[in-house]
Write a protein that binds this ligand. Structure first.
Ligand SMILES: [Zn+2]
Length: 373
C-alpha cells in the first residue's frame, strides 16, 4: 500500500522519473489495461560511464572515510506497464529499468538477509544496496522479475498474505484508485457519507481526489472503509484487473532469488488494533506465507511503516517474539550496525535524474555514518 509517510511523499517524484516532461497523460477515465499508449517515444535515461565511475568512487570514499558501514534499502510497491497519473509514486517500466541498471552498475546489490549478516560481521562491502517491494503486487512477478533477472539482482518482497490468491481481490486503496480513474462523472458526491464531494473534472483533480480518499480511508475502521469502497464500486466504473500475486507466483519468485518477507495478513494500521488482533496479523501473516513457500519467512515490514504512528513498541516486541530476524519501517536513511534490528529504515530516492538518484543513496550512507549513536 502506498503510505503517506515522509518517505512516500518524497517518493512521489520518483514515479515521474519515467515520464518525460512533454509526455501526455492518458485519459483519466480509461483503465490502465486498455489505455492506448499514445505518447512520443521516450529515451531510456542513462547515467553514462563518467557518472557511474563518479558514483562508485564517491561510494568507496564514503566507506573508506567512515568508521562504520551502512546499507541502503530501497522500497518499491508496484511497477507499472506505463505511467499512470493516479499512481505517481510508482515507477513505470522505463524508470524501473534505468534504476536497476544504475544499481547493478554502481552499487553492490545483495540479498537483504545476507547484507544484514555481513553488516553484523563487519564485512559489508562498500556501496551495498538491497531492493524490496511491499504488499505483494503481481507486477513484481510479471514486470520487475524479468528486469531483476536481466541484471542478476536479488530482492525481497514483503507480502500481505491475505491478498495472495485468485479470489482474494485487490487492496482497498487500489479499488478506490480504480473507481476514481474509471468513473465517467465529473464529480463524486459522498456527502451522504459525511465525506464531501470530490472533483473528477481533470486528471489532476482525479489524482487529488484519489489521494484524499485514500488518506481518509487509511485510518478508518475496516468495516466503514469497506462500506465506502463498496459504495464507490456500486457507482460504476469498469472491472479492475487482479493486481496481487498468486501462490504459484510466490513460489516462482522464491526460486528466482526473491526472498518472501511478511507484511501482516490484511495490512492494518497496527496501532488501530487491540494487542490480540495485532499479534494475530503479525504471526499469521508469517505462517501463512511459510505454508505457501515451504520455508521460513525471516523478514517483516510494518504496514504503512511510520515509526510511532503506524506501529509502536508493542508491535516491535511482537515481531521480535514471532521469530523474525529483522523488521523495516519507511523512515528515510541507511542502516548501520548499531540500529534496532526491528526498526530499520528503508526508502527510495525520488530523483528523476539517474545521477541524482545514485547521489541520494550515497548521501544516506554518508549521513548515517555521521549520526551520533
Ligand atoms: Zn504496505
Amino acid at each position: 500500500m502506498i503510505v503517506s509517510s515522509r518517505t512516500e511523499e518524497q517518493n512521489k517524484g520518483a514515479a515521474e522519473q519515467g515520464r518525460g516532461a512533454g509526455a501526455p497523460l492518458r485519459a483519466a477515465h480509461a483503465p490502465a489495461s486498455d489505455a492506448p499508449a499514445v505518447r512520443p517515444p521516450r529515451q531510456p535515461r542513462r547515467l553514462g560511464r563518467l557518472g557511474a565511475a563518479a558514483l562508485r568512487t564517491a561510494g568507496n570514499a564514503i566507506a573508506l572515510l567512515s568508521n562504520r558501514r551502512s546499507l541502503a534499502v530501497v522500497n518499491y510497491h508496484r511497477v507499472l506497464a506505463q505511467p499512470d497519473p493516479l499512481l505517481e509514486s510508482e515507477p513505470d517500466l522505463v524508470a524501473f529499468r534505468w534504476q536497476m541498471a544504475l544499481l547493478a552498475e554502481c552499487f553492490n546489490v545483495m540479498p537483504l538477509h545476507d547484507a544484514l549478516r555481513a553488516l553484523d560481521a563487519g564485512k559489508l562491502p562498500p556501496r551495498t544496496v538491497c531492493i524490496t517491494f511491499d504488499d505483494g503486487y503481481r507486477s513484481v512477478h510479471d514486470l520487475a522479475l524479468p528486469i531483476l533477472r536481466e541484471f542478476k539482482l536479488p530482492a525481497t518482497v514483503f507480502v500481505t498474505s491475505g491478498y495472495v490468491g485468485a479470489d482474494a481481490g485487490n487492496m482497498w486503496n487500489d479499488r478506490i484508485i480504480h473507481v476514481v480513474q474509471s468513473l465517467p462523472a465529473p464529480v463524486l458526491d459522498l456527502s451522504d457519507l459525511g465525506l464531501g464531494s470530490y472533483s473528477l473534472a481533470s486528471i489532476e483533480a482525479r489524482r487529488l481526489s484519489a489521494a484524499r480518499l485514500t488518506e481518509a480511508g487509511k485510518y478508518m475502521p475496516p468495516a466503514a472503509r469497506e462500506a465506502l469502497v463498496q459504495r464507490l464500486e456500486q457507482m460504476g466504473g469498469l472491472k479492475d484487473d487482479a493486481l496481487m500475486l498468486t501462490p504459484a507466483m510466490l513460489v516462482t519468485l522464491d526460486s528466482n532469488n526473491i526472498e518472501i518477507g511478511a507484511h501482516t495478513v490484511s495490512h492494518p494500521i497496527l496501532t488501530s488494533l487491540d494487542d490480540e488482533s495485532a499479534r494475530f496479523e503479525i504471526t499469521a501473516g508469517k505462517t501463512q506465507l511459510e505454508h505457501l513457500i515451504g520455508k521460513p519467512v525471516r523478514l517483516f515490514a510494518y504496514p504503512n511503516g511510520k515509526v510511532g504512528k503506524d506501529f509502536d513498541a508493542r508491535h516491535v516486541e511482537m515481531v521480535r517474539q514471532a521469530g523474525f530476524t529483522a523488521a523495516f519501517t519507511t523512515a528515510v536513511g541507511a542502516i548501520t550496525g548499531d540500529q534496532d534490528r526491528f526498526q530499520l529504515p528503508r526508502s527510495r530516492p525520488w530523483d528523476r535524474i539517474p545521477f541524482h538518484f545514485g547521489l541520494r543513496l550515497l548521501s544516506w550512507m554518508a549521513l548515517s555514518n555521521r549520526q551520533p549513536r
